[in-house]
Design a protein around this ligand. Structure first.
Ligand SMILES: Nc1ncnc2c1ncn2[C@@H]1O[C@H](COP(=O)(O)OP(=O)(O)OP(=O)(O)O)[C@@H](O)[C@H]1O
Ligand SMILES: [Mg+2]
Length: 429
């Protein structure tokens, strides 16, 4: 590693001066005296000077050699610093995120091209600008508080590790346009001054996409809700038609048949009449079953408690799986919307138990507390798994969740091989 130029010049100058001094010392006696003894003593003096000069040159050279090491280290460090600075500058300059550093008065002391671009200012305009200038007036107070609060914690990046405080804020462009920003803030102390660096990005597109998605989800939710309502109304209508019209017709037919059976005297017709009566009776019970499956009369006439009781009875009869219903009649006096939702969720849960659980027992528990109806359907089967939730063609659970959500409630499904499957739901009432 080369020594600095100034140092080499100084070293050569010192050596040249010493040589000149020696020349002067040696030649002086010839000019100032003819005295032989004087010349001899001057020569001694000159020899001494020579030795001194020789020693001086060695010392100068020694110093040069030993200074060479720290100088080399200094130069290396300088080179490394330069390299790092260039690298950092490159990163800051080319970053697509905006980077702004502000001093403790919130004046901008560093800004990268992306930040200038976002706000529509040029570099010189932004340097020295107070951060408030790029925040809409109504957000300034809140933003300033946030930065100060962050500063008061006294945490620098190093103390916090990689953790930074994330926040979202609104930015103000030079042309007065506003845009949503997602930012991270970090702080460090430099020359006894706390500096804050804000790294941010424009999230307009993301926000629009998020809003669209949310809107889409809401629309789907509303659609599903209205489809459920229409479906429920249709079921109610068909069930009533079946029960009231077709049911009455069959009942009348049976009565007529009985009259006919009594009036006729041909004994060979009696078995035919009996068989017809059995068929009509069968048709009436099938019709009742279909009507009840479509819409239990109890739900409209007796209320949720009785509807659930007949559901439980019917479930045990049809499937030979134990089913316990723990509920208080008073707790289940609810409006039609809630009653229907609770009934349908429990009905779908029981269908799932039959189809998937391999369970021997189901417990249905309903309680009312603090303005909420809390209910649970728990089986002792093989338990629902995480993969089951991903089935694309399964809509039972999704339907249940949507129904409950439409009433601002919450539904959770959990399960494991030991405890079976549990569905917990809460609906505000
Ligand atoms: N009680 C349960 N015990 C074990 N697995 C269950 C239970 N309930 C649901 N599952 C699993 O979760 C999956 C999803 O249930 P989901 O009710 O959403 O759809 P599905 O019953 O398969 O079809 P459908 O859309 O006709 O209801 C089921 O396929 C089943 O594997
Ligand atoms: Mg299902």
């Amino acid at each position: 590693m080369k020594l600095p130029k100034e140092f080499l010049v100084a070293r050569h100058a010192i050596i040249a001066l010493l040589l000149l001094f020696l020349l002067a010392v040696i030649s002086i006696p010839y000019f100032v005296t003819k005295n032989e003894s004087m010349v001899v003593s001057y020569r001694r003096l000159a020899e001494l000077a020579c030795v001194a000069l020789f020693v001086s040159i060695i010392i100068v050279s020694w110093i040069t050699i030993y200074l060479r090491i720290p100088f080399a280290q200094l130069a290396d460090a300088r080179q490394d610093l330069l390299k790092n600075r260039n690298r950092l500058t490159g990163i800051i300059e080319t970053a697509t995120d905006g980077i702004i550093t502000i001093d403790s008065d919130h004046n901008i002391i560093l800004v990268n091209p992306a930040a200038e671009n976002y706000f529509g200012y040029d570099h010189q305009e932004m340097l020295g600008l107070n951060l408030d200038a790029v925040i809409p007036i109504r957000h300034r107070h809140e933003h300033s508080d946030h930065v100060n609060k962050f500063g008061q914690t006294g945490m620098s990046i190093r103390q916090m590790g990689a953790k930074m405080a994330d926040f979202s804020v609104t930015g103000l462009k030079k042309n007065g346009e506003e845009f949503p920003i997602e930012a991270s803030i970090s702080s460090l102390i430099e020359d006894d001054q706390r500096l804050f660096t804000v790294i941010f990005r424009d999230i307009t597109r993301r926000k629009i996409a998020k809003e669209k998605l949310q809107q889409y989800h809401e629309e789907l939710s509303n659609l599903s809700q209205s489809l459920q309502t229409v479906r429920e109304e249709e079921r109610k209508h068909i069930a009533r038609e079946l029960h009231d019209d077709l049911g009455q017709l069959l009942a009348a037919l049976r009565m007529d048949l009985s009259v006919l059976g009594k009036k006729q005297s041909d004994s060979s017709i009696t078995p035919i009449v009996d068989s017809m009566d059995a068929l009509i009776l069968n048709a009436i019970s099938t019709l009742r079953r279909i009507a009840t499956d479509l819409r239990p009369r109890a739900l409209d006439e007796g209320g949720l408690f009785f509807a659930l009781h007949s559901l439980q009875k019917d479930f045990m009869q049809r499937h030979a799986i134990g089913c316990e219903l723990i509920a208080n009649e008073q707790d289940l006096i609810l409006n039609d919307g809630i009653s229907t939702t609770v009934y349908r969720v429990i009905q779908e849960s029981l269908t799932n138990v039959v189809r998937h659980a391999k369970a021997t027992e189901v417990t249905i528990r309903l309680t009312k507390s603090e303005g909420k109806l809390v209910f649970q359907i728990k089986d002792n089967g093989q338990g629902i798994t995480q993969q089951d939730f991903l089935k694309r063609q399964s809509f039972g659970l999704v339907g249940m969740r949507e129904r409950v959500r439409a009433l601002h409630g919450d539904l959770q499904v959990s399960g494991n091989a030991q405890d079976g499957t549990t569905i917990d739901a809460t609906i505000p009432i």
